[in-house]
Write a protein that binds this ligand. Sequence first.
Ligand SMILES: [Zn+2]
Ligand SMILES: [Zn+2]
Ligand SMILES: [Zn+2]
Length: 288
Amino acid sequence: MLIGQFYGTSAAEGIPAPFCRCPVCLEAREKKGKYQRKRSSFRLSDSIILDLGADAVTQSFDYGDFVDIDHVLVTHTHDDHLNPHMMMEAFWGARCGYRDTPLHYYMTEQAYEIVDAWRQNRWVLKGMVPGWEKENIVEFHKLQYGERTEIDGIGVTPFRGNHVGNMRETSALYLLELPDGRNLFYGLDSGRYFPETIEALSKHRIDIFISESTGGARPTAPESTHMNLEDVRQLVDVLLAQGTLHKDSVLYLTHINHHTGHDEMEKVVRRLHFPIETHVAYDGLKIL
Ligand SMILES: [Zn+2]
Ligand SMILES: [Zn+2]
Ligand SMILES: [Zn+2]
């Protein structure tokens, strides 16, 4: 069953950021609700989640247990998106008798090298990862950019993002073909898209576009590996012109850092006159 819920919509620091008293973080501490953002994660369906990151345990307090999650699509290996401790949680779930299938992790090409680091280092989860693989607690899969695979009824194709993870890999932006025929694109983290990615996307249609917008209203250097709202606006123009997006596509902005508060995000979105329906996402928002 599709769920389509944002479990977290912040950039790496979270809002409020623990060591910060800037106006955005102060407002989040006071008003809570949509002003607070946990680290980015999106529950696509009962069985599929995009990233199990730094806030996964408290996200399960908010949105219910993770017992039915079997597949984790990893965007990249930064700690805010990929929290190895969640394998330990899956192990405990199995020990308590609530799970009898592995938690499958999917990573692209070079990101997959983190699996060997997990297998070989005793300081990662007390060296238990190889044992958990043997016991079918976890299983790892390598995906190739541009190659489609099917995971529990969802077509999944990763595209190369302009963002460098801990293994020096590029990030994976996921095109997800939903059972109802709509295509959802989960685009984080990335700076301005590589020409090869724009070109590869020209052969696809996106109905629901979830984009990072880390820099919000702030200027972002062209070489940055994140985007601000103006960068996303330009990207939408390009994708619209080549038919990847269409007039009925809907855009959701996520992965937002603590320099732009929720209300200001909405204000700048209005000022920039996005040509398609556009929403600033918030934690708990359900879109499917
Ligand atoms: Zn991130
Ligand atoms: Zn702050
Ligand atoms: Zn990142």
